[in-house]
Design a binder for this molecule. Structure first.
Ligand code: 5GP
Ligand code: MN
Length: 339
């Protein structure tokens, strides 16, 4: 993988560009891809954003979101664009399998794949150019760096600002995680200087949920939360019947794991959800417990040191047993928590 700076001289020639992200995109995946989409389109490139799957309704307000193709429902159109693209930007994921059914098509495409990502252990061999930096708060911050380093900071306007701000805000837990370095605040300063209205972004993302989501969260915290104090761990297990009963939509479960992590003394928080076709886990940790390794070792997943996820094919009860066995194996690391 060559440094991404090597494409800067090529940015002036119009190209056919596809920009994609991980499945079930979150704020950073959607914000970074749309931020890059607006920037490259302004430079004169012909761009399309493709999501491997659908996404949460609370992302729909983002400028340009109405142009994003959902591979699950618009696969044949997306296949043509991918096969024909000169450049395929891969944002906010480290391995092609995170694009699910799109992975084979991405690998077969003749265009050059370009990575911009902040997850650990990227599959560097499949990218011609790239920037992988686990120190970065978000892929959105890396897209901002890309725009600035390529000499185009003056092209940033309100739409780019809203997309990138949404990404960095959601991936930093509203600027609270240790990944929120001074560079993040500097970026926000630059975005605000160029028309960003930050309150609007907060309202769209956090004050826009349906009643059913709150009823679901209340139910999950009251009835599905287990605490394992000897391991400083909290677990929320969600059976598929809850998703049906509360009419839970894509994105409604996002943030649930953070409630568990906010309990005093909790070092590891987990949510395991039975999505029917698979069991999806989310892990969050505080201080020195590495959930990236935890998710990789036991749950076919990965992510970051303090936030990771995974998938299992086994039934829910088995995944929960696996989790409990994993707690035992990690007892030393989990029980020696320094407050
Ligand atoms: P979440 O729990 O919000 O789904 O994911 C937390 C973090 O871990 C995100 O940065 C996400 O991209 C990453 N992540 C989630 N699931 C997986 C997975 O199965 N594999 C890898 N490599 N990363 C994941
Ligand atoms: Mn991210």
């Amino acid at each position: 993988m060559q440094p991404i700076q090597n494409i800067f001289p090529l940015l002036s020639e119009p190209k056919k560009v596809v920009i994609t992200m991980h499945q079930k995109p979150d704020g950073d995946a959607m914000g970074s891809t749309l931020g890059l989409y607006h920037f490259l389109s302004k430079l004169g490139h012909q761009c399309t954003v493709i999501s491997p799957t659908n996404w949460a309704n609370f992302l729909n307000w983002m400028p340009g979101c109405n142009t994003v193709l959902d591979y699950e429902s618009q696969g044949s159109k997306a296949d043509i664009l991918m096969a024909d693209a000169d450049w395929i930007f891969c944002l906010d994921f480290n391995i092609l399998s995170r694009t699910k059914r799109m992975a084979d098509k991405l690998l077969a495409a003749k265009g050059e794949r370009i990575l911009i990502d902040h997850h650990r252990e990227p599959q560097t061999e499949v990218f011609t150019y790239g920037n992988s930096n686990i120190e970065k708060s978000s892929t959105s911050e890396m897209v901002f760096d890309f725009i600035v380093e390529s000499g185009h900071i003056d092209m940033i306007e309100a739409n780019i600002g809203a997309c990138l701000y949404a990404g960095v805000m959601t991936d930093t837990g509203s600027f609270r995680f240790p990944s929120t370095k001074a560079s993040v605040h500097k970026m926000v300063y630059e975005l605000m200087e160029r028309g960003l209205e930050h309150s609007h972004v907060h309202e769209e993302l956090y004050d826009n949920f349906l009643e059913s989501r709150f009823r679901f969260i209340g139910h999950a915290l009251l009835n599905r939360l287990e605490l394992f104090y000897e391991y400083n761990t909290a677990l929320i297990t969600v059976p598929q019947s809850d998703l049906i009963k509360f009419n839970v939509k894509t994105g409604d479960t996002e943030g649930l794991v953070n409630y568990a992590l906010s309990i005093q003394g909790i070092k590891l928080a987990a949510v395991i959800i039975d999505r029917g076709e698979e069991r999806k886990s989310s892990f969050r940790s505080k201080a020195g417990f590495d959930v990236n390794t935890f998710a990789r070792t036991y749950f076919n997943g990965g992510g970051h040191f303090n936030a990771a996820g995974g998938f299992n094919k086994e039934p829910l009860e088995e995944v929960v047993l696996k989790f409990k066995a994993a707690l035992k194996e990690n007892k030393t690391a989990l029980s020696t928590y320094q407050f």
